[in-house]
Design a protein around this ligand. Structure first.
Ligand code: E4P
Length: 214
């Protein structure tokens, strides 16, 4: 399973990249706002750190505008993946971009039918949002299960990015279901390292080593 970092904070990306555990980065306009920086500057800096798969989102609502923005973003780096919203115009843009071999990530997916349509349009990735479904008391893991089953049934090569991840349990469940990727906030990624028995175990081993050497 690939892990992407869901952030536009460059220091977080550097740290996670140096740990050797991330395969890409996803951003969105809200994350860019939180970084306090310009989209192009952030994407450029991320592309100097990360090997591949850096999602940058377009903000046009018409497909011509989306395609124009996508071509501009691609000038930053070939590592960029164009994040497009799940709309009719978005899927028109996906069709055009896929013919130009520009990778796309269709975002704001909340139903398996949306994922099916995005895959048919030629999306490289689909991003179903878990946390936002959980927020409205809708079981999100069923969505991942359904998309996986549909993609497997028909041999779609579109990869599933589990997005809107809120906890290590989300990541665990997505991994068990065989999702291709989870895009994880920095805090959640750090929480995945933790286990109290590991801390206790290290402490005890160090104490015992000290005792054994006296
Ligand atoms: C990822 O591609 C999404 O932009 C992100 O995971 C959304 O997460 P949120 O629902 O916590 O804003």
């Amino acid at each position: 399973m690939k892990i992407f970092l869901d952030t536009a904070i460059v220091d977080e990306i550097k740290e996670a990249w140096d740990l050797g555990i991330i395969d890409g980065v996803t951003t969105n306009p809200s994350l860019i706002l939180r970084s306090g920086r310009k989209l192009e500057d952030v994407l450029k800096e991320i592309s100097d750190i990360v090997d591949d798969c850096i999602s940058g989102e377009v903000i046009s609502t018409d497909h011509e505008g989306m395609v124009r923005e996508a071509r501009e973003l691609m000038k930053i780096s070939p590592k960029i993946v164009i994040k497009v919203p799940m709309t009719k115009e978005g899927l028109k843009a996906v069709r055009i971009l896929s013919k130009e071999n520009i990778r796309t990530n269709v975002t704001l997916i909340f139903s398996a039918n949306q994922a099916l349509l995005a895959a048919k349009a030629g999306a490289t990735y689909v991003s179903p949002f878990l946390g936002r479904l959980d927020d409205i008391s809708q079981e999100s893991l069923i969505l991942i299960e359904d998309i996986k089953e549909i993609f497997d049934n028909y041999g779609f090569t579109t990869e599933i990015i589990c997005a809107s991840i809120r906890s290590p349990l989300h990541v665990l469940n997505c991994a068990k279901l065989g999702a291709d990727i989870a895009t994880v906030p920095y805090k959640t990624l750090m929480q995945m390292f933790d286990h109290p028995l590991t801390d206790v175990g290290i402490k005890r081993f160090l104490q015992d080593y000290d005792k054994s050497q006296k």
